[in-house]
Design a protein around this ligand. Sequence first.
Ligand SMILES: [Zn+2]
Ligand SMILES: [Zn+2]
Length: 395
Amino acid sequence: MDTTGRLDNLQSKIEESYGGKISALRRDIHREPELGFDTKKTAEKVLVALEGLPLEIEVGVAENGIVATLRGGNDGPAVGLRADMDALPITEETGLPFASEVEGKMHACGHDGHTSMLVGAAHALCGMRDELNGTVRFIFQPAEEGGGGGRVMVEEGVAEGLDSIFALHLWPGLPFGTVATKAGPIMAAADAFEMEIEGTGGHGAMPHLSADAVVIAAHVVTVLQTVVSREVDPVEPAVLTVGEIGAGTAFNIIPEKARLGGTVRTLNEDLRRGMPGRIEGLGQGVARGMRGDATLDYRFSYPVTRNDAGAAARALETATALFDEESVLELPNPSMGAEDFAYFLERVPGAFVWLGVGEDASGLHTPQFAFDEKILARGSALLTALVLKANSPAG
Ligand SMILES: [Zn+2]
Ligand SMILES: [Zn+2]
C-alpha cells in the first residue's frame, strides 16, 4: 500500500469518524479505574467498543488482557500495538465531570487515554482492511503499574511472530502533540530493595545499653547516598532513592528494629547487577560498626526499555510525515522512570514513543493529572500511521 495519501488528514479523519466514540470510552474507563491485573470491567468496555470490527479476539490473556488480531487483505508483516489499561491507587483531585467514582483509585498515568487511542486505531485500520498488507495485533495489557502484566503477556506468547511493536505514552512536560522518542534506552531498569536494621532496644535515657536502630538507619540512609556519588562512574546514569523509613513506637523507647525501602534505577545491566552488593556492603558495614546488623532483600523488576534504532527512526519519520517537523523530537536522554513495555521490546524490535500533553500539564502519578482530549485522535492517527508505514513495501 502506498501510505502517502493515507496519511493526509488522518488525524482529522479519525477525529471526525471516531472522535466521539474514543472520548466516550476514555471517560467511561476514567470514571471506573481498576488496579493491577484486576481490569475486568475495563476489558469489557474495550470489547464493547470493538464490537462489529473484523477482529479475531482473545480474552483472558494475562488474566484480564485482550489480544485482537486484524488480518489484512494481503500478505505482509505482523505489527503489534500495545496499550496499558490499569490505574493507580491515588485519590483524584482534577474536578473533572467524569472524575473517578472509585475512592482511592485514579487513572493518573493516562492509561485510559492509551487504551482509547488504541481502540481508535483499531477502528481506523479495520476501515482500511482490504488494502492492508499483513496483520495487526492490538494488545490491551493489565498491570503495567507494578505486577509486570507485560512480562506475563510475553510469557503467554503475545509477542510471538511479531515483526515490530509500538506503544505510546502520554507525556506531561512535552509541548502538546509532540511525538518524542530515541534509539536505545528510553526508560530505566527499576529495581526495589528493603533493608531491615537490627539493633538492641532499650530506654531512651540509657542509649549506652542499646544499639539504636533509628540512629543506625539514619546513617545507613546517608551512606547509601554515596552509592551513586562515589561508587558509580560519573558518566553512567543511576538513581538510588530511599522512599520509606520506619521505626519506633514511642518517644522514649529506643527501638530494636528499623526498616528502609528504596528503588534503584539504572541503564547498564552490569551496573544493575552490581548494585545489591554495594548496598548490602555499605548497609552492613555501617550497622555492624554501630553494634547492629542489616539484612537486604533485593528485587530485580522491570528491565531497561530499549528501543530498536530502526523502529525509533521509523516512528520519528512517520510522525514527521503525519504531522510536521515541529511536532517531532528526537530525545537527547532517556527518563529514569520505568515501563513494562520493556518485556515486549526484549523479544520484538520496536519503539516506545511519548506523546506530549503540554508543558504545563500536571505530572504523571499526581492527583491533578489531566489532559486535553484532542490528543486522543492524534494518538490514534499516530498508531495507525505506524502500521501503515510498516505495511508499506517502500518502508
Ligand atoms: Zn505510571
Ligand atoms: Zn504509565
